[in-house]
Design a protein around this ligand. Structure first.
Ligand code: AHN
Ligand code: ZN
Length: 315
């Protein structure tokens, strides 16, 4: 990640670009709408299978090499979940790689909803699930049109959000490993033996209205230099009102397992503010996690920052 600089020399056969490659937030928004239109993407439902097929076909249409990792994982209550990690590689032969990831399943329970009657109802997951995938699909589209300097892997992890319900009132330590089941499976069974990337970036709830991103503590523990470089890039790109220079909480999320299991230094870009009631956005795990609370400004801030990292040498 070098400094932004204006392009000067033009070599024959190469086109110098003076403007950044534009991340299209309308396009990312549309990809979220498409996912939500399937209904809640809860493992063991037909909507989940149909959305997974949609994601695979989109990634193939963007000329990625796609691997579907199918598995059965065990939920907190023993339910076997039919799950699928979806892995897309751009420039698979390139040994210099970066990993971008998000979960694509949605929570079966609105267990943080103010109304107890809704606790057993599955959520739309426009932000929680949909947004990270929407941003990454738009980056995949850009990767078809523009060659990045590095190889890129995009992983949509499954069965992240089937963790122990709040109403069981268990303590966090006891239930931590009931989340992120697809990622935990992948760290034990990498899609390619010995898979490595220089670093990883997880997107979680990156589409909410007025979202703010703080330097999350698990990310700072394992990969502070990645956090600082991403936050610097965001600030240089004009998004310092979204990417704040302050400390976030420590979150059990997919990046924890990628750090501990796969040993790839990874960060979490997540809308989390320790000053809030439970830290997460108001819509988190409620029936309000819908398209109404998705903001194109937020999608643009995150997506353009990542595009500026992937394509920084294209300018
Ligand atoms: C826990 O609540 C333990 N982790 C939050 C991870 C998460 C859920 N991200 C989105 N939904
Ligand atoms: Zn969730």
């Amino acid at each position: 990640m070098s400094k932004e600089k204006a392009s000067v020399k033009e070599t024959p056969g190469e086109t110098a670009q003076s403007v950044a490659i534009q991340f299209d937030a309308d396009s990312a928004y549309h990809y979220i709408e498409q996912q939500v239109a399937f209904g809640p993407r809860v493992p063991n439902t037909t909507a989940h299978v149909a959305c997974g097929d949609y994601l695979v076909s989109k990634l193939k249409s963007y000329k990625a090499e796609v691997i579907e990792q199918k598995m059965t994982v065990k939920a907190y209550d023993g339910t076997p979940l039919k799950a699928r990690n979806i892995i897309a590689s751009f420039q698979p032969e390139n040994n210099n790689r970066i990993l971008l990831f998000a979960h694509w399943d949605t929570r079966p329970y609105a267990d943080a909803d103010a109304d107890k009657k809704n606790w057993q109802t599955p959520i739309d997951g426009a932000n929680d699930g949909g947004s990270g995938v929407g941003v990454l699909l738009e980056l995949a589209r850009l990767l078809k049109e523009n060659k990045s300097a590095i190889g890129v892997d995009i992983i949509f992890f499954d069965a992240e959000d089937y963790g122990t319900p709040e109403w069981l009132d268990k303590d966090d330590e006891e239930t931590a490993n009931t989340w992120c089941l697809g990622t935990q499976y992948w760290t034990r069974n990498p899609h390619k033996p010995g898979y490595k990337a220089s670093y990883g970036i997880l997107l979680d709830m990156v589409g909410g209205t007025n979202a703010t991103f703080r330097k999350e503590q698990v990310s700072m523990h394992f990969a502070s230099y990645v956090v600082n470089q991403v936050w610097d890039k965001a600030s240089k790109s004009g998004y310092s009102s979204c990417f704040l220079q302050s400390e976030g909480g420590a979150i059990t999320d997919d990046h924890l397992y990628v750090n501990e299991g796969a040993r790839i230094p990874s960060i979490d870009i997540i809308d989390y503010d320790p000053a809030r009631k439970n830290g997460f956005p108001d819509t988190w795990h409620t029936l309000d996690d819908t398209m109404n609370n998705i903001s194109k400004e937020t999608l643009k801030a995150v997506g353009q920052t990542l595009a500026n990292i992937l394509f920084e040498n294209n300018k």
